[in-house]
Write a protein that binds this ligand. Structure first.
Ligand code: AMP
Length: 415
């Protein structure tokens, strides 16, 4: 299957070629034909499967084929996203895919002043990507209207539910017109999410890829059993290993994330943190430092890491085991994106053994474990499992922000 066979418009095909996408991912191969045929879609897929292009490409195709102006404050396509990071990334991807089409694409989210967003909305916009709370604010203030939406995408519905945005989403829905095409994406289908999809989708095509509960393919997983108070030394050792280039480290709490950054810096390893207590500016700077390779290590909490789309994350290290087994699957899904391979290492102390059991039950496999408890020596390079070399992901010809392999040790040491 190729993008040409899917029947996408020529300007899109050109943009995809420039992006270096040679063939559709499974979710794209299934979602694009159904959407182009005008069907509603229920997509069960997590980030990393290519779902943004799965809904974005047919949406851009349709909008370009049906010219029309959005009213003041209005938009022709609305995409709701649970986080500002994800909203920005969706807009960025759509701008890349639609770069030869001349459509206007805007993004609105909370935590920043209203003024610029208000001005953008005022002019009317073809595609609006928004977080639900801020969109509701603009509607309440009379700056936005969503009654002309032809395409509605609800992305990461399960995250909307988990993060308490359900009431905001429910308030927005009745403001949408009845006649529209709806695409609904969620990584998991808890009862509430399933109920809502049943209410808003009309005879949808159901598309399901890499459901939670099956192993994320291509991720080389391992777990190291270690005492809690030795995790910090072990983490520094792991990060210094050959082949460990761009690493996302997960902690359970925001304070934990800040603590790990300090500890790593004491060991001469440059790291930045991203979590809910950081301002928008701090988050953007941290993400930028990670994307450009200036900080090869990003420490994140589960919520903050949602939707972060950074290419070529070679390693995911779980400093703390996650609260839920599903979060483990989401975490390891941050590496091995779009065809690349990746390494995921979980550090598990005695108190976290039950969480590890839950994870293994969910993914229906035993994760290869190395027991480093009660080892007399502090961990050494030799003692830790070799993660192996990994192939960086995505957009090879553009080399966007990929960290350099050479000089990695030096960079760690100098910061
Ligand atoms: P998403 O699941 O939408 O967050 O996409 C995950 C990553 O896959 C992003 O970095 C995309 O740029 C990339 N991607 C999406 N579709 C393709 C494709 N057909 N070929 C190669 N990379 C892709």
């Amino acid at each position: 299957m190729t993008f040409v066979e899917l029947g996408l418009a020529e300007p899109l095909l050109r943009a995809l070629q420039e992006e270096g996408y040679s063939e559709p991912t499974p979710i794209q191969a299934q979602t694009i034909p159904a959407t182009l045929a005008g069907r509603d879609v229920l997509g069960i897929a997590q980030t990393g499967t290519g779902k943004t292009a799965a809904f974005g490409l047919p949406l851009l195709h349709h909008l370009a084929a049906t010219p029309g102006r959005p009213p003041r404050g209005g938009c022709r396509a609305l995409i709701l996203s649970p986080t500002r990071e994800l909203a920005s990334q969706i807009a960025e991807s759509l701008r890349a895919y639609g770069r030869h089409m001349g459509l206007s694409i805007g993004v609105i989210f909370g935590g920043v002043p209203h003024g610029a967003q208000r001005r953008m909305l005022n002019a009317g916009i073809d595609i609006l990507v928004a977080t639900p709370g801020r969109l509701q604010d603009h509607i309440d203030q009379g700056d936005a209207r969503i009654d002309h939406v032809k395409f509605f995408v609800l992305d990461e519905a399960d995250q909307m539910l988990d993060r308490g945005f359900w009431p905001a989403v429910r308030r927005l829905l009745p403001r949408l017109p009845k006649e529209k095409q709806t695409l609904f994406f969620s990584a998991t289908m808890p009862t509430e999410v399933s109920k809502l999809s049943g209410e808003i989708l009309r005879n949808p095509v159901r598309v399901e890829v890499t459901p939670v509960g099956t192993r994320a393919e291509r991720v080389e997983q391992s777990v190291i059993l270690v005492e809690q108070d030795r995790k910090r030394t072990l983490l520094a050792v792991l990060l210094r290993q050959e082949g460990v280039e761009r690493t996302l480290v997960f902690t359970r709490t925001k304070h934990g994330a800040d603590r790990v950054v300090k500890q790593l810096e004491q060991s001469g390893i440059s790291a930045v943190a991203i979590h809910g207590n950081k301002s928008q500016g701090q988050r953007e700077r941290a993400l930028e430092a990670f994307k450009t390779g200036r900080a090869p290590v990003l420490i994140a909490t589960d919520i903050a890491a949602r939707g972060i789309d950074v290419e070529a994350v070679t390693h995911v290290i779980q400093y703390d085991m996650p609260d839920t087994a599903e979060a483990y699957v989401h975490r390891i899904g941050r590496t091995a994106r779009a065809g690349a391979t990746g390494v995921a290492i979980a550090l598990c102390c005695n108190e976290e053994r039950d969480q590890l059991k839950d994870v293994q039950k969910l993914i229906r496999q035993d994760i290869p474990a190395k027991d480093m408890r009660n080892s007399i020596d502090a961990p050494t390079d030799r003692a830790a499992p070799a993660p192996g070399r990994v192939r960086p992901a995505g957009r090879p010809q553009q080399n966007r922000g990929r960290p350099q392999r050479q000089g990695q040790q030096k960079r760690y040491a100098s910061r």
